[in-house]
Design a protein around this ligand. Structure first.
Ligand SMILES: [Zn+2]
Length: 175
């Protein structure tokens, strides 16, 4: 009898003891988890603040990853000759005639594509041409939703659309 009672006490003590260990283990991991969450939250928040301070919303940084090509060229008398026009067209993945039409209208000049060179019949600064290439890219290449350049121009009837192959967005563009 006496022996049995002793065994019961020992068992009870062991159970209480292991419960205490369980509780402290649980609290230890629970606290670690909470601290972990807090630290992650603070880090995320710091990142957010940093981004806000730099004034760079997500979409803009995505856009900036795609580099709009810069023109290379020279003046020839009263003309401006762009030597890397075909590279620009292939980077933007647009028809040379489509880009040419836009640039001529925007830069208020006549011009043509001759032996892979783009020739404007006017003296133009590379700054002005680059600005128009960037405008064209924003209008006819980059998706307004996700900012990626993986887009196609769709023509339905008389209306043109820019269809994004990355996110599926589709929006109306000028012809
Ligand atoms: Zn998109």
């Amino acid at each position: 009898m006496g022996n049995g009672g002793d065994t019961n006490i020992v068992i009870e003590t062991t159970i209480t003891f292991s419960n205490n260990i369980l509780y402290s283990t649980f609290y230890f991991y629970f606290n670690s988890f909470i601290y972990g969450c807090l630290i992650n939250f603070i880090m995320d928040y710091t990142q957010l603040l940093k981004r806000a301070r730099e004034g760079l919303p997500e979409i803009v940084s995505v856009r900036e990853r795609f580099e709009v090509p810069k023109v290379k060229g020279h003046l020839q008398g009263n003309r401006t000759v762009i030597s890397n026009f075909s590279m620009i067209c292939s980077t933007l993945r647009r028809q040379p005639q489509h880009i040419l039409k836009y640039l001529l209208k925007e830069l208020a000049t006549s011009g043509e594509i001759k032996n892979n060179l783009l020739v404007f019949n006017r003296k133009l600064s590379s700054l002005a041409i680059n600005q128009k290439v960037r405008q064209y890219t924003n209008m006819y290449v980059l998706c307004t939703e996700c900012g990626k350049p993986d887009t196609k121009i769709l023509i339905e009837g008389n209306i043109s659309y820019l269809k994004c192959q990355a996110c599926g967005a589709k929006h109306h563009i000028k012809n």
